[in-house]
Design a binder for this molecule. Structure first.
Ligand SMILES: [Zn+2]
Ligand SMILES: [Zn+2]
Length: 158
């Protein structure tokens, strides 16, 4: 499992490894994510920040405006400017890792589709994967093991 959890930017200066599999995986179809990626959606693996190991290079945080007004900082390779992960809502102990930067993005399919209300009309959501018009109640959707991990990390961050 270790190699599938390794990733890098486009120029290869910034490299990382996820020490744990993600707690949960979002496919987000919101307008912010569409604008920020220039694509149809973003794929985010939610992982404890202390499980994201930078193995080479560094990242630089860039604050971006959001529709909600809540803070969003995107961490990018300072050389090629590719986005590797984000911190949302001022919370830094959970990283939203961009799955497309992993060596094997196919290993981490989405657990949930969110903001389906703004998904591009030609995208067909897969049957069997929960989809929500906007955000969702994570306490009702996440597996028990991931809820426990989230509790631990929030207790440490508080
Ligand atoms: Zn780079
Ligand atoms: Zn989004």
């Amino acid at each position: 499992m270790s190699s599938v959890l390794e990733g890098r930017c486009a120029c290869g200066e910034a490299r990382y490894r996820l020490a744990s599999k993600p707690m949960f995986i979002h496919c987000c179809h919101c307008r912010d994510c569409q604008r920020q990626t220039g694509s149809a959606f973003v794929l985010n693996a939610l992982v404890e920040t202390n499980r994201v190991e930078l193995t080479a290079g560094r990242t630089e945080g860039v604050s971006v405006p959001t529709d909600s007004g809540r803070p969003h900082v995107i961490h990018r390779c300072p050389t090629c400017r590719i986005a590797l992960w984000s911190y949302y809502g001022g919370v830094q102990w959970t990283s939203f890792v961009r799955i497309g930067t992993l060596e094997e993005p196919s290993a981490l399919p989405p657990d949930v589709h969110i903001y389906a209300r703004s998904k591009l009309p030609w995208i067909a959501l897969p049957p069997g994967v929960p989809a929500f018009e906007a955000y969702y109640d994570w306490k009702k959707v996440w597996p028990a093991e991931s809820i426990e991990r989230r509790k631990v990390i929030f207790a440490q961050g508080a």
